[in-house]
Design a protein around this ligand. Structure first.
Ligand code: THU
Length: 142
């Protein structure tokens, strides 16, 4: 049990490091708020993303969206765990759109680690961040 806990901690720490590396490449000249994200897919592979802003402000994309796109283009469709990091006074809350995007590729208990560059860490789940999420079941897809 102790061993498992240690291992889980290692995984989380490693994802934070990966998200921080991605954050350093953020393109955020308008908000000056750089965000990084790292996904561990169910395959074990890690995919990262950063926010990419645009002079036409609504065209900017969040770090989480970039990481999800990287996972999907590589053939992954299941988020095992995701970490988001920013240089904020407390762990950054993923925006509503990103909660929905994460939800699409998650299970209700998928872990989301929110981290700050100063070392504060909060671990939550997608079901806590987006209760009552809209999903394909509402469309009764065949
Ligand atoms: N941002 C993210 O990339 N992820 C979040 O979870 C919150 C916000 C970005 C979008 C924009 O480029 C900047 O942070 C300020 O809103």
């Amino acid at each position: 049990m102790t061993k498992l806990r240690k291992f889980t901690h290692m995984i989380v720490k490693n994802l934070i490091d990966m998200a921080e590396i991605a954050r350093k490449n953020a393109y955020a000249p308008y908000s000056s708020f750089s965000v990084g994200a790292a996904i561990r897919a169910s395959s074990g592979e890690v995919y990262t993303g950063c926010n990419v802003e645009n002079s036409a402000y609504p065209e900017g994309t969040c770090a989480e969206a970039g990481a999800i796109a990287a996972m999907v283009v590589a053939g992954g469709q299941k988020i095992h765990e995701i970490t988001v990091i920013a240089d904020s006074p407390y762990p950054v809350a993923p925006c509503g759109g990103c909660r929905q995007k994460i939800s699409e590729f998650s299970s209700p208990d998928t872990l989301i680690t929110l981290a700050t560059t100063s070392g504060i860490k909060e671990v939550t789940t997608i079901k806590d961040l987006l209760p009552g999420a809209f999903d394909r079941s509402f469309m009764a897809l065949k």
